[in-house]
Design a protein around this ligand. Structure first.
Ligand code: URA
Length: 495
C-alpha cells in the first residue's frame, strides 16, 4: 500500500501531481491510501504494493480536472481516494465524466456543489473589522470565519482581488489567510481572536435594517440563505430577532401607507418608479424588428444589420456586452465570435448557463474602421451609447431580469451612467434605479487581447470568479423569489 500525505496548503495541486504519478506507475486505487497532514495513517499504509499494473499515460478530461480541483477542498476524508478511483475508471471510459447516470460522478458533483456553496457563504458572510490605524498608508482588517469545508485557500484569491489595496487576514480554526503588502500567505488556524470593536459595524446595522422588507419576510427562506451557524459572527444578525418580531406590524403599516394605483396606469407608473421607462413603447414582440430599423445614429450606415438581444424573455439573468463584432454583424446574433466563444467556455466552467440568459449589447450596431479586407473594431462613444440606451431600456423593461451581468466598460457605462475604471469596479455589484443588481465584470475581448500569458491566466481566473458569482447570485435570487410572498403594492425594498 502506498500512502500519500497531501499538504494542508496547495492540496489540490499536490493531489493532481500525486494522482498523475500514481497513474504513471500503474498503481490501482486499492494500492493507494490518501490522507492530509491531519489524518491518521492506516495500519496497512506503506506495505509493499501488491497489484501494480503496467505504467499508464493518460490525459484527464478538463472537466474532471476542474471537478477534482474543487472536490479536494471538501471535508470528507475519502475525497482524494474517491477522485483517484474515478480517475482510474476514466482511463478506459473517458466519456464517464459526462455520464449523468453514474452514481460516483453524481456523488463527486454533489461534493463540488457543497464546496461551491461554502465558498459562496464565505464570500457573503466574512465580516472584516478594522484592526490597524485608519491613517496608515494601508488599512488593516481581520475577520473570523468558520467554513464548513476547507475553503479558505480557494476563496482567498477572491478577497485578494477585491481588497487588494488593504492588508487583511481571515482567521479560521484550521487555516489563516493573510494578505500583506499584496502578498497572500497561508498560516495555521487559530482560536477565535478578540477583535476590537469596529465603528463601521453601526453602519452595517443601519444598512441591514434599512434594506429589510417586513412585507417579504420568510423566515425559512431567510435562514436557508443565511444559516443560523453564521449568525454569531455577523454583526447584523443581532438585529434579526427584533426585525422578525416587529415585521407583521411594520408590514401592516406599509400596506396602509401604500398608494392605491388606478389599474390602467399602474404598469406605466411602476416602470417610471423603477426608472426603466424607455421612450420606445411598441408591442414587445415587435422590438427586434424595431431595433433592426433603427436610424437613431449614423452607425447603421456602415453596419450590415442591427443585432438585438436573444434569449428567454423571462430570463432571470441579462448579459450585456459592448456591441456586435465582425461575426455578430454578419450573423445578426450576439456573442457568436471569438469573445462569445471565450465567454461560453468560461461560463461553462463557472456553472453559468448561457441559454437561460437574455444576451444583448449596449450598442446594437457594429462600429469599425476598414483596414484592407478587415474591419477593425472601434469602441462606441458616449453619444452612441446614450442613443442606444433607448433599446437597452426597452429590452430591460421587457425581460425584467433579476440580475444583470455587465461585461466591460461600455456596458457598465450604459447601465450605470458611470464611465469609471472597470478594472477597479469589476466583481462588485451596482444597481439600476429600480434596485436591480448589476454585477460588473470585464469584457471577454479584454482577456483575448492581454499579451502576457501569466497576466491572462490571472485575469481569466478572476473572470471565472465573476461568472461563478453571477451563477450563485442568480440561484439565490431565484430561490428567494420562489419563496417570497405575493408582493404588496408600493413596496420596493428587498431583504
Ligand atoms: N462583443 C460584444 O460586446 N458583443 C458581441 O455580441 C460580440 C462581441
Amino acid at each position: 500500500m502506498r500512502h500519500i500525505t497531501l499538504p494542508e496548503t496547495g492540496t489540490a495541486i499536490a493531489w493532481r501531481k500525486a494522482a498523475r504519478s500514481c497513474l504513471a506507475e500503474g498503481l490501482m486505487p486499492a494500492d493507494v491510501s490518501w490522507g492530509s497532514e491531519q489524518t491518521e495513517r492506516g495500519l496497512f499504509d506503506d506495505q509493499p504494493v501488491s497489484g501494480a499494473t503496467t505504467p499508464l499515460k493518460m490525459t484527464a478530461p478538463r472537466s474532471f480536472v476542474a471537478l477534482a480541483e474543487t472536490v479536494c477542498w471538501h471535508r470528507d476524508e475519502d475525497r482524494f481516494a474517491r477522485l483517484y478511483q474515478f480517475l482510474w475508471r476514466l482511463k478506459d471510459t473517458p466519456h464517464l465524466v459526462a455520464d449523468r447516470g453514474d452514481r460516483e460522478l453524481a456523488h463527486l458533483r454533489a461534493m463540488e456543489k457543497s464546496v461551491h456553496r461554502c465558498q459562496h457563504k464565505m464570500k457573503a458572510f466574512v465580516r472584516f473589522r478594522e484592526i490597524g490605524d485608519r491613517d496608515d498608508a494601508r488599512r488593516s482588517f481581520a475577520a473570523w470565519f468558520e467554513p464548513t469545508h476547507h475553503t479558505v485557500e480557494p476563496t482567498a484569491l477572491f478577497f485578494a482581488r477585491r481588497f487588494g489595496d488593504m492588508d487583511w487576514r481571515i482567521v479560521t480554526p484550521e487555516k489563516t489567510a493573510t494578505f500583506q503588502s499584496g502578498e497572500l500567505r497561508f498560516l495555521p488556524g487559530q482560536p477565535k481572536p478578540d477583535f476590537p470593536e469596529d465603528a463601521s459595524e453601526a453602519l452595517w446595522l443601519t444598512y441591514f435594517r434599512s434594506i429589510f422588507n417586513p412585507a417579504r419576510l420568510k423566515v425559512q427562506a431567510m435562514t436557508s440563505e443565511m444559516p443560523r451557524k453564521y449568525w454569531k459572527n455577523l454583526p447584523e444578525a443581532a438585529t434579526i430577532p427584533d426585525l422578525i418580531a416587529n415585521a407583521p406590524a411594520r408590514a401592516r403599516a406599509m400596506a396602509e401607507a401604500a398608494p392605491t394605483l388606478p389599474p390602467v396606469r399602474a404598469r406605466k407608473a411602476r416602470q417610471q418608479l423603477a426608472g426603466l421607462e424607455s421612450a420606445w413603447s411598441g408591442p414587445m414582440e415587435t422590438l427586434p424588428a424595431a431595433i433592426h430599423d433603427c436610424r437613431r445614429c449614423p452607425l447603421h450606415k456602415t453596419a450590415t444589420q442591427a443585432v438585438p438581444g436573444t434569449g428567454p424573455l423571462d430570463a432571470p439573468l441579462m448579459i450585456v456586452g459592448e456591441q456586435p463584432g465582425d461575426q455578430e454583424d454578419l450573423t445578426g446574433k450576439p456573442f457568436v465570435g471569438p469573445a462569445g466563444q471565450l465567454f461560453d467556455k468560461v461560463a461553462q466552467s463557472a456553472g453559468l448557463i448561457r441559454k437561460e440568459a437574455f444576451v444583448t449589447n449596449a450598442v446594437k450596431h457594429f462600429k469599425f474602421i476598414p483596414r484592407g479586407k478587415r474591419r477593425l473594431h472601434q469602441r462606441p462613444n458616449s453619444g452612441e451609447i446614450e442613443h442606444c440606451r433607448w433599446w437597452l431600456d426597452a429590452e430591460l423593461a421587457m425581460v425584467r431580469p433579476k440580475l444583470i451581468l455587465a461585461l466591460g466598460a461600455t456596458a457598465a457605462e450604459a447601465l450605470t451612467g458611470s464611465g469609471a475604471n472597470i478594472l477597479q469596479r469589476r466583481g462588485t455589484v451596482e444597481q439600476l434605479a429600480d434596485g436591480t443588481p448589476i454585477l460588473l465584470s470585464v469584457h471577454p475581448s479584454y482577456l483575448l487581447r492581454l499579451p502576457d500569458p501569466a497576466e491572462r491566466e490571472k485575469q481569466m481566473a478572476a473572470f471565472e470568479d465573476d461568472l461563478r458569482l453571477a451563477a450563485e447570485m442568480i440561484a439565490t435570487l431565484t430561490a428567494r423569489s420562489a419563496e417570497e410572498a405575493t408582493p404588496i403594492a408600493g413596496t420596493h425594498g428587498r431583504l
